[in-house]
Design a protein around this ligand. Structure first.
Ligand code: K7E
Ligand code: CUA
Length: 658
C-alpha cells in the first residue's frame, strides 16, 4: 500500500508527504520518553505480558506473535509462505497447505488477522487471516499456534476486504479488491465497465471444530472492495464493505478512480441472504478451488479440489443490499462496539464520515433512495449520516475503538493517531506516529468488548528510528497508553515484513489452553514410529522409507547402509519425547528441503535424493541436550545397482532389513 499512497497523494500533497516522513531533528527528540513510560512497558525477566498481539506479516505472508506491552517477539507462525525455520511448505505433511487452483503457491501477502468471537467477544479459539495475492483465507489454531486450514477463494482477485468474523464466528468474510470477469474469460480489458464483477464470499465456520466451507458468494458490481467489517450488537446480521473505483476505471486509477465525489459502503444483510440460501436460493456454478486441512492427529495436511460454488446475485434477494454514499475513495470500514456507527475513511476526504445504522434502517424503511447502481438502491447521504469529524487530519485509513465511547483513527499522510469522540465527533487528542501509519489495533477493538488499555500503531516508514541496515529498514509498531484523556507514546518495536493489521487479546484467554506437546499414543501419522524397536528401513523399488525416531540424544536408526544413487529416500521421523519444549531437528546433507523441526509426539517427512556415492551425515539441528552434538548419523550411498544390502544400526547393533 505504501506505493499506492505515495503516488496517490503525491499529486496534491507532495510537501506534506515529505514533511510527514520526517528526517530526524526535532521530531526525533519529541520521542524522548519519561521513565514512567519505560516502567509501563517493562516486563521483568520471567514475567508474562498482559496481551498477545498477532501482527500480520504483509509481504512476508506470515503472522507474528508479540507480547504487549513489551513488544517482545515470540513466534512467527508460517501461514501463506514457506518457512525454512519450521519446514512449513518443505516437509511432505505441510506441502498440501499451499496447494491452490494455480498449483503449489509458496508465498502470499497477508493483511488482516481477526480472532474468533462468541457473542461479540473474543473467545481466543482461532485467528483468521487473508492471503491477498492468490486469494485465500487461513485459520490458525490458538492451542497449537499452527495454521490448520486454508481455503482458496474462487472468482476473487486481491482478497483484501477480508478476513473479518461475524460476532459468533458464523462466518469469516472475504471480499475481492479487484473485480474480474465472471466467469473468467479471455476478453478486452477496455470492456471492464459493466462486465467485471466483484465477489464477496461468506465462509461458514463450524462452531465445534472450526471447519471452513464457502456458504455463498455474492456477485457484486465491478467496483473495488477495499475493506469490510461486520455489524455487531444491533447491526449483527449486516456486513459493511467500502468500495472505491465506482467509476469502474481500468487504467491510471489514481486519477480515473478519484473522479466521483462519493463512492459507497455496501451494506449487506447477510442474515437475509443466508435465509434465502437456506431455502434453496442461489445458483450452483462450476468452479475450481483448493480446500486444505491440517489434521493434528495425523500431523498431515490434505488438499481437496472443490468444483462447485453457490452464487447469489444482488437482484435475487431484493432488500438485502444497499449502497451508503461515502466521500472520496474510502479505505477503512469500521463499526463501533455498539454497532451503531459505521465509519468510512475517505482517503481524499476532508472529513471522516460516520453513518448511523439506525438511520440507515429508517432510510430503507422510508425508501429514501438516491437512485441505484446496477439495481442496488443508493441511500440518501443526508438521511444516513450520523456525523463527521471535521478536519481530523490527512489521509484517514483505519479506526479502532476503546469501548469507552472513543475512536482512534490513523492518518497516513499527516502521520498521526487522532482520538475523537463517538456521537459528538470532537477531536480529543492527536499524537504523531513515526511515520506513515497504516492500521492501528486495540486488543478486542474489533469486538463488542475492547480492552482499551493500549493502541498499537503500525507504521510503514521508520527512517532514522532505528540503527540503519542498508537500503531496507525495518517497519515498526508503536505502542500508546490510552488509559488517560491524552495518549502517551510508550514504545517502538520493529516488526516482521509489513505489518498491516493486528489482532490483540488478553493473554489469559489463550495461555491456559496452549498445547505443551502432542501425545504419542494419539499420533495417527501414516508413517509414525512409536518406539525405537519399531524403527526400520524398507526398500520398495527405488523408494526407500526410513522409519526413524529421535529422543535425547540419538536417532534410531543412526547408521543406514544400502542406499543407492538415484533412490528416492523418505525420512519419516517421529520425536518420541513426551515433555514440554523438547523439539528435535533433522537435516541431511544435500537435501533440497529445509531442516525439519519436530515437536514432541509429532512425525514429519522429508525427501532426499542422493546424488553422490559416499558416506553422508545427518544431524539434529536444535540444541536439545548437553549431548546434542552427539545426535547424528550416517547414510552410506552406493552406486546404482550395487549389491550392498539395506542394513541399519539400532541401539548400537546392526540390523538387516527384513
Ligand atoms: Cu490499510 Cu491491506 Cu488493511 Cu495495509 S490495508 S494499511
Ligand atoms: Cu536433538 Cu539436538
Amino acid at each position: 500500500m505504501k506505493t499506492i499512497f505515495k503516488s496517490l497523494f503525491a499529486i496534491t500533497v507532495l510537501s506534506l508527504v515529505f514533511s510527514s516522513c520526517g528526517n530526524g531533528g526535532s521530531d526525533k527528540k519529541s520521542g524522548a520518553l519519561s521513565s514512567s513510560a519505560a516502567e509501563k512497558v517493562y516486563v521483568a525477566p520471567g514475567e508474562h505480558d498482559e496481551f498477545y498481539a498477532f501482527v500480520s506479516g504483509g509481504f512476508s505472508g506470515q503472522l507474528a506473535v508479540y507480547g504487549l506491552p513489551s513488544g517482545r517477539l515470540f513466534k512467527v507462525i508460517p501461514v501463506f509462505s514457506v518457512d525454512a525455520e519450521k519446514a512449513y511448505g518443505f516437509n511432505e505433511e505441510t506441502k498440501p497447505m499451499l496447494n491452490t487452483s494455480h498449483g503449489f503457491i509458496p508465498w502470499d501477502d497477508s493483511h488482516h488477522p481477526d480472532i474468533s468471537q462468541t457473542a461479540g467477544e473474543l473467545d481466543g479459539r482461532w485467528v483468521f487471516i487473508n492471503g491477498n495475492n492468490t486469494p485465500r483465507i487461513a485459520k490458525i489454531d490458538l492451542t497449537t499456534f499452527e495454521t490448520t486450514e486454508i481455503i482458496e477463494i474462487p472468482n476473487s482477485a486481491g482478497n483484501h476486504s477480508s478476513s473479518f468474523v461475524t460476532e459468533n464466528t458464523e462466518y469469516v468474510v472475504a471480499g475481492t479488491r479487484f473485480s474480474v470477469p465472471y466467469p473468467q474469460k479471455d476478453m478486452p480489458i477496455a470492456e471492464y465497465k459493466g462486465n467485471f464483477k466483484g465477489a464477496l464470499t461468506f465462509i461458514s465456520v463450524d462452531p465445534e471444530d472450526g471447519g471452513m466451507d464457502i456458504k455463498f458468494q455474492i456477485m457484486m458490481p465491478g467496483f473495488n472492495y477495499d475493506l469490510s467489517h461486520p455489524g455487531r450488537g444491533k447491526s449483527h446480521g449486516w456486513f459493511f464493505f467500502t468500495t472505491y473505483n465506482t467509476e469502474e476505471a481500468n487504467s491510471l486509477l489514481e486519477v480515473n478512480a478519484s473522479q466521483n465525489d462519493k463512492d459507497f459502503i455496501a451494506a449487506i444483510n447477510w442474515k437475509k441472504i443466508e435465509e434465502y440460501v437456506n431455502n434453496g436460493g442461489g445458483t450452483k456454478a462450476p468452479t475450481n478451488y483448493a480446500h486444505n486441512v491440517y489434521d493434528e492427529h495425523t500431523h498431515t495436511a490434505t488438499s481437496t479440489m472443490k468444483d462447485e460454488i453457490l452464487i447469489v446475485n444482488p437482484s435475487d434477494v431484493p432488500g438485502a443490499i444497499y449502497f451508503l454514499p461515502t466521500p472520496k475513495s474510502p479505505h477503512g470500514c469500521d463499526v463501533d462496539p455498539s454497532g451503531e456507527y459505521i465509519i468510512g475513511s475517505g482517503k481524499l476526504a476532508a472529513e471522516l464520515t460516520a453513518h448511523s445504522f439506525t438511520k440507515m434502517l429508517a432510510a430503507i424503511e422510508g425508501e429514501k433512495f438516491d437512485g441505484e447502481a446496477y439495481g442496488i438502491p443508493i441511500l440518501q447521504y443526508e438521511e444516513i449520516l450520523a456525523g463527521a469529524v471535521k478536519q481530523p487530519g490527512l489521509g484517514p485509513l483505519h479506526t479502532e475503538f476503546d469501548g469507552k465511547g472513543n475512536a482512534y483513527t490513523t492518518f497516513f499522510i499527516s502521520s498521526e493517531v487522532v482520538k475523537w469522540k463517538l456521537g459528538t465527533w470532537e477531536v480529543i487528542d492527536r499524537k504523531p506516529t513515526y511515520y506513515s501509519v497504516g492500521h492501528l489495533m486495540i486488543p478486542g477493538g474489533n469486538s463488542r468488548k475492547p480492552f482499551g488499555k493500549y493502541v498499537l500503531a503500525m507504521n510503514k516508514i521508520t527512517k532514522d528510528r532505528y540503527l540503519p541496515t542498508g537500503p531496507e529498514v525495518t517497519q515498526s509498531a508503536q505502542l500508546y497508553d490510552i488509559t488517560g484523556e491524552k495518549m502517551e507514546l510508550l514504545l517502538d518495536f520493529p516488526t516482521i515484513g509489513e505489518p498491516h493489521y493486528a489482532a490483540g487479546i488478553p493473554a489469559d484467554i489463550i495461555k491456559a489452553n496452549s498445547k505443551k506437546f502432542f501425545k504419542l499414543e494419539e499420533n495417527k501419522h501414516k508413517y509414525v514410529t512409536k518406539s525405537e524397536a519399531d524403527a526400520k528401513v524398507v526398500r520398495d523399488g527405488n523408494e526407500v522409507h526410513i522409519y526413524m525416531t529421535m529422543i535425547r540424544s540419538h536417532f534410531a536408526p543412526d547408521n543406514i547402509e544400502g542406499i543407492q544413487v538415484g533412490d528416492e529416500v523418505f525420512f519419516h521421523v517421529t520425536n518420541l519425547e513426551q515433555d514440554y519444549d523438547v523439539p528435535h531437528g533433522i537435516s541431511m546433507i544435500g537435501a533440497q528441503t529445509s531442516e525439519l523441526l519436530i515437536m514432541p509426539g509429532q512425525t514429519e517427512t522429508f525427501k532426499w535424493y542422493p546424488k553422490n556415492v559416499g558416506v553422508w551425515p545427518f544431524y539434529c539441528t536444535d540444541f536439545c541436550s548437553a549431548l546434542h552434538q552427539e545426535m547424528q548419523g550416517y547414510v552410506r550411498v552406493s552406486p546404482k545397482g550395487s549389491s550392498v544390502p539395506i542394513t541399519f544400526t539400532l541401539d548400537g547393533d546392526a540390523v538387516d532389513a527384513e
